[in-house]
Ligand binder design. Structure first.
Ligand code: G6P
Ligand code: ZN
Length: 583
C-alpha cells in the first residue's frame, strides 16, 4: 500500500472568499493563485464539526469545467491530510449537482459507508474555460447546500487562515477509471472510490417516474423530442436516461458531450443562451426546414436548471412549477399520495400560489436560493418547489433538478395523452399551458438582467429604491406621472423571511413594489456573479379574465416595464439603456 505523509503549509488569507448564493465563484485565474483553493477548502474543513471530517466519507465532483481535474486532485490530497476516511469521485470527476445530492442521500458504499457531505465543483450556468469561471460549494449530509451558519463560518475562517494540511506526496489518482484506490496515512487507511456518475441518479429517477409510460410517449410517431445540454454535465445523464432507458433517438440530443469550456458557450438554459434549441423549436425564424419537435428542454452547466419549451412555445419557469404542482398527483407516481406543500422563491411569479389555494396546499414564499427549500423539505412541509431562475425540483433531493423537471413534463404529457397517443391528435405543451391559464389565470412575467454593472452604482440604485419606499403617496405620485393607467402601489418593502423551521431571519432579500391588482416590481442584486454586480428586475402582472390570458406577454407588461425603468432611474444609475438579457 502506498503511504503518504501530511504537511502543514503556511498561508495567508485572501480577500473576498465569501460564498455567495451557491458557493464561491471566481475567474479560473483567481482559483489558480497559489493557495487560493487550498485556503477555501481548509476553511471549509475547519467550519465543519469533527465527525463530518475525521473518518468521514465525502464526495468530490462537478460539472467538469476547466480546472476541475486539478481541483479534484488538490481536494483529495487535502481530504487525506485532514483525516477523511474516503473520497467518492464520479468517473472523470463528473457529477451533476442533483446527482451529488442523490449520491449523498442514496449511495451506500460496499462497506456500508454513507457520505456526510460534498464539494461540488461548478459555477453552474456561468461560462467555463481558462478565462471564465470556476466555483466550489459544500453540501451537507441532507444533500443540500450548507446553511448560512456554515458558509458564514467558512468565510470567517478564510479571513484568519494561517495554515492548511495536505498530503503532498499522495500520487494523483486516475479518476477516469472506475475502481477503489487504497492508500495509508498517519491516521490509517484512506480510499478514493471512482464510481459511475449516472447509476445512482438513474435509479432514483426510476423510483419516482413511470418510465414505461414515458417510453410509450417517446415511441409515438406523433411525439418528437429534443434536449440540449449546452455541453454541460447533463449530457451524460441525458444519454443514459432519454436514449438508453427511454428509447429516444440519439438525434434528439443536442450538445450532449460535456466540455470543459461548454463549447465556448454560456451554459444557461434561457431564450438568449440556448440559441440552437430555441431555433430548432421554432421560436425564432431560421433556416431549419423541419417541423419543430413537440417538446424541447435544456439544462445549465451542472444540470440543476431547466428550460421547458413546446413547439414554438416558451413555458416560463414560474408557470412550469405551477403546472407540475397542479398535475403531479395524477401524473407522477412519487406524488400519488398527495403533496405535503409547495414553495417558490420571492421573485418567482405567483402562479404557484393560485394552484396552492385551489388545491388547498401548504404554501411558502422564501428568499432566492435553494437552501431555503431544503429546510422546509427536511421538516416534511414541502414536496414541490421552483424559482423563476429556471430551477424546479422536489423533495427527492435537496437541489433543484433539471432532468427531473423534464421527466415531470414528459410524465404530464404521457398522462394527458394516454388514451389518444396514436390517434393523431396530441395534447401539446402549449395546450397544457393554455388550459392552465384558463383555469387559474395567467401571470405575465419577465425578467431584465443588467450584468456586470459597476458595483457601487448598483448599490446606489438599490439604496435609492429603498429610500423611496418611505412614502407610498410619493411613490404613487411618481408612477402615476409615468403611467396614469396603472393601479396604485399598495405596499413597498424589502423582503424579509423568517424560516418557519429554524426561526432564522434573512433580511434585505429584494426590494418590492406591490400593486393593488397583484402586479409586482421586484429589484434584486444577483448573488451568483463573479465580476461587478448584476441587477435583476422582475416584472409581473396577474390576469384572471380568461378572454385576456392569451395576450402577447410583452405587450401586456409594457406599462409596468416603463414604470420600473423610470422609477428606478435605471439608465441614470447604470448608464445602460437596455438590459443584457431578457427572460
Ligand atoms: C442559483 C441558486 C438558485 C437561485 C439562483 C439565483 O442558481 O441555486 O437557487 O435562484 O442562483 O441567482 P442570482 O444570480 O439571482 O442570485
Ligand atoms: Zn446550475
Amino acid at each position: 500500500m502506498v503511504l503518504f505523509t501530511v504537511s502543514k503549509v503556511e498561508t495567508t488569507p485572501f480577500d473576498g472568499q465569501k460564498p455567495g448564493t451557491s458557493g464561491l465563484r471566481k475567474k479560473v485565474k483567481v482559483f489558480m493563485y497559489p493557495n487560493y483553493l487550498h485556503n477555501f477548502v481548509q476553511s471549509t474543513f475547519n467550519a465543519l464539526s469533527d465527525d463530518k471530517v475525521k473518518g468521514a466519507t465525502i464526495v468530490v465532483s462537478g460539472d467538469g469545467r476547466y480546472f476541475s481535474k486539478e481541483a479534484i486532485q488538490i481536494i483529495i490530497k487535502m481530504a487525506a491530510a485532514n483525516g477523511v476516511r474516503r473520497v467518492w469521485v464520479g468517473q472523470n470527476g463528473l457529477l451533476s449537482t442533483p446527482a451529488v445530492s442523490a449520491v449523498i442521500r442514496e449511495r451506500v458504499g460496499a462497506d456500508g459507508s454513507k457520505a456526510s457531505g460534498a464539494f461540488i465543483l461548478t459555477a453552474s450556468h456561468n461560462p467555463g474555460g481558462p478565462h471564465e469561471d470556476f466555483g466550489i460549494k459544500y453540501n451537507m449530509e441532507n444533500g443540500g447546500p450548507a446553511p448560512e451558519a456554515i458558509t458564514d463560518q467558512i468565510y470567517e475562517n478564510t479571513k484568519t487562515i494561517k495554515e492548511y494540511f495536505i498530503a503532498e506526496d499522495l500520487p494523483d489518482v486516475d479518476i477516469s477509471t472506475i475502481g477503489v484506490t487504497s492508500l495509508g496515512g498517519p491516521e490509517g487507511e484512506f480510499d478514493i472510490d471512482v464510481f459511475d456518475s449516472t447509476s445512482d441518479y438513474v435509479k432514483l429517477m426510476k423510483s419516482i417516474f413511470d418510465f414505461e409510460s414515458i417510453r410509450k410517449l417517446l415511441a409515438s410517431p406523433n411525439f418528437t423530442f429534443c434536449y440540449d445540454a449546452l455541453h454541460g454535465v447533463a449530457g451524460a445523464y441525458a444519454k443514459r436516461i432519454f436514449v438508453e432507458e427511454l428509447g429516444a433517438h440519439e438525434s434528439s440530443l443536442l450538445n450532449c458531450t460535456p466540455k470543459e469550456d461548454f463549447g465556448g458557450g454560456h451554459p444557461d438554459p434561457n431564450l438568449t443562451y440556448a440559441k440552437e434549441l430555441v431555433e430548432r423549436m421554432g421560436l425564432v425564424k431560421t433556416n431549419y426546414q423541419d417541423e419543430p419537435p413537440e417538446f424541447g428542454a435544456a439544462a445549465d452547466g451542472d444540470a440543476d436548471r431547466n428550460m421547458i419549451l413546446g413547439k414554438r412555445f416558451f413555458v416560463t419557469p414560474s408557470d412550469s412549477v405551477a403546472i407540475i404542482a397542479a398535475n403531479a398527483v395524477q401524473a407522477i407516481p412519487y406524488f400519488s399520495a398527495g403533496l405535503k406543500g409547495v414553495a417558490r422563491s420571492m421573485p418567482t411569479s405567483a402562479a404557484l400560489d393560485v394552484v396552492a389555494k385551489h388545491l388547498n396546499l401548504k404554501f411558502f414564499e422564501v428568499p432566492t436560493g435553494w437552501k431555503f427549500f431544503g429546510n422546509l423539505m427536511d421538516a416534511g412541509l414541502c414536496s414541490i418547489c421552483g424559482e423563476e431562475s429556471f430551477g424546479t425540483g422536489s423533495d427527492h433531493i435537496r437541489e433543484k433538478d433539471g432532468i427531473w423537471a423534464v421527466l415531470a413534463w414528459l410524465s404530464i404529457l404521457a398522462f394527458r395523452n394516454s388514451d389518444n397517443l396514436n390517434e393523431g391528435k396530441l395534447v401539446t405543451v402549449e395546450d397544457i399551458v393554455r388550459e392552465h391559464w384558463a383555469t387559474y389565470g395567467r401571470h405575465f412575467y419577465t425578467r431584465y438582467d443588467y450584468e456586470n454593472v459597476d458595483a457601487g452604482a448598483a448599490k446606489e440604485l438599490m439604496a435609492y429604491l429603498v429610500n423611496l419606499q418611505s412614502s407610498l403617496p410619493d411613490v404613487n405620485k411618481i408612477t402615476k406621472g409615468i403611467r396614469s393607467d396603472l393601479p396604485d402601489i399598495v405596499q413597498a418593502d424589502e423582503f424579509e423571511y423568517k424560516d418557519p423551521v429554524d426561526d432564522s431571519i434573512s433580511k434585505h432579500q429584494g426590494v418590492r413594489y406591490l400593486f393593488e391588482d397583484g402586479s409586482r416590481l421586484v429589484f434584486r442584486l444577483s448573488g451568483t456573479g463573479s465580476e461587478g454586480a448584476t441587477i435583476r428586475l422582475y416584472i409581473e402582472q396577474y390576469e384572471k379574465d380568461s378572454s385576456k390570458t392569451g395576450r402577447d406577454s410583452q405587450e401586456a407588461l409594457d406599462p409596468l416595464v416603463e414604470v420600473a425603468l423610470k422609477l428606478s432611474k435605471m439608465e441614470e444609475f447604470t448608464g445602460r439603456s437596455a438590459p443584457t438579457v431578457i427572460t
